[in-house]
Ligand binder design. Structure first.
Ligand code: COI
Length: 367
């Protein structure tokens, strides 16, 4: 695999400092984008080439471009954080790079070398460093690497040309309520992914397929849809765009255990999910992957052993789950308040990410 050098073509007209500061004061999620982007092309027989840092702007695509018809597309999400000394670091970019390769493989696309993925993110963050929010809050710079099939033609087969792009967006809380618990609709008829399908690949199609169920969840007054497995319609998989954790026991009176659904192939191997298995152990809790059924979820909540539930992901960080609605009834986690284990894990993870705590696992990639 070739590793191209990224050619720099900085923007001649970035946003003014005042415009940027106004955006950084209230970035929301995914609404504003920085001044530049990195693009790298891949062509059959030539490999990766034409790596460039260019002004952020529209892509020009022929209407018959393959991705517009058959959705051969993958993406990633990772964040850059401002540290107490003013420097910047990204969180586990190697883990995202490796998942990007797995997604590429599953979608019949070329695998970008891990070091090129990381270098592309680094080059963009260095160029647009002024867009990384100040240390002290919960804001960060969200990086969105993605790859699309750019061959022009309507034949259904892996394309012979691709475009890899990294864009960046300052990010506050994914959910407008911040750590306010979100409500969940556990859908028993709509499924996200099937065994042998693409559920463990980070491809746009999985998210497109989730939108109707997400709209149905919203119509039921819920913030997020929760998917069950496609075969037995009972095993909890994940939410529309994030993983789930179940907390057994409380900090105050017993050793808590956090449990996340096993990676069966039809759910996404979240980097935050994986990190929390370790962060929990660092805090002296137990953590494990296991299958959890919707019936067990309800019964263990009602008998008091399941004390908290939270969602996790790069965008969502850790967000508590409050109300759960399903065809079999409605129940509430931790009285609809953020649970203490959830908040402790959230604080511990954010402390490492923002450089307030020691990075004992070598997760931070300093620029
Ligand atoms: C992320 O957490 O990075 C995601 O990809 C979830 C969503 C914003 C698509």
């Amino acid at each position: 695999m070739t590793t191209p050098t990224i050619e720099l073509k900085p923007s001649s007209s970035p946003l003014s400092a005042a415009e940027r500061e106004a955006i950084l004061a209230n970035p929301g999620f995914g609404r504003y984008f920085t001044d530049h982007m990195v693009t790298i092309r891949w062509t059959e027989g030539r490999g990766w080439h034409d790596a460039q840092l260019v002004p952020y702007g529209p892509l020009s695509l022929d209407p018959a471009t393959n991705v517009l018809h058959y959705a051969q597309e993958i993406f990633e999400g990772l964040k850059a954080y401002r540290r107490p000394d003013g420097s910047v670091a990204t969180f586990r970019p190697d883990a995202n790079a490796r998942r990007f390769q797995r997604s590429a493989h599953r979608l019949g696309m070329p695998e970008l070398p891990v070091e090129t993925f990381i270098e592309a993110c680094d080059v963009l963050v260095r160029q647009d460093e002024a867009w990384v929010p100040e240390h002290g809050g919960e804001s960060s710079l969200y990086l969105r690497p993605f790859m699309i099939a750019t061959e022009v033609g309507l034949g259904v087969r892996p394309a012979n040309e691709y475009l890899f792009v990294v864009i960046a967006s300052p990010a506050g809380a994914y959910f407008p309520g911040g750590v306010k618990p979100v409500s969940i609709w556990a859908s028993e008829d709509r499924v996200r992914a099937v065994p042998g399908g693409v559920g463990d690949a980070k491809t746009g199609g999985n998210y497109a397929a989730s939108l109707l169920a997400q709209a149905e969840a919203a119509a039921k007054g819920c913030d997020q849809v929760c998917y069950l497995d496609a075969v037995e319609h009972k095993w909890v998989e994940e939410l529309g765009g994030m993983n789930l954790y179940f907390v057994y026991g409380a900090v105050s009176n017993e050793k808590p255990k956090i449990v996340t659904p096993t990676l069966t192939g039809s759910l996404l191997a979240g980097v935050t999910r994986d990190s929390l298995l370790q962060v929990a152990k660092d805090l002296g809790y137990e953590s494990e992957e296991a299958r959890v059924s919707i019936d067990q979820w309800q019964a263990d909540t009602e008998n008091g052993t399941l004390t908290e539930v939270f969602a996790c992901g790069t965008a969502a960080v850790i967000t508590p789950v409050g109300t759960v609605k399903s065809a079999r009834g409605e129940w509430q986690q931790s009285g609809g308040e953020p649970g203490e284990v959830t908040l402790k894990l959230r604080e511990a993870l954010l402390a490492v990410q923002t450089g307030r705590a020691e990075d004992t696992h070598g997760w931070m990639h300093k620029l």
